[in-house]
Write a protein of this length. Structure first.
Length: 71
């Protein structure tokens, strides 16, 4: 009885390996000078904005904790 099930499972047309027919190789694209999809100028602007935000938030935190006092 179990042998019949094994034979039926092996002979089933539903388990044919047709995965190669659906996928084709796509050549890799080489992008020069792009990290995270940004150019060097865009990365520079992001870095400057992060630096300024850090300076501003740091100054505000010093004011809130009264480590510095404005005139």
């Amino acid at each position: 009885m179990l042998d019949d099930f094994r034979n039926d499972a092996n002979a089933s047309p539903y388990f044919e390996d047709e995965s190669e027919a659906y996928f084709e190789e796509v050549p890799q694209k080489k992008s020069r000078g792009k990290i995270l999809g940004m150019t060097a100028a865009q990365r520079l602007v992001i870095a400057i904005m992060l630096f300024l935000m850090t300076c501003i938030v740091g100054t505000l935190m010093l004011l809130v904790f009264e480590r510095i006092v404005p005139f």
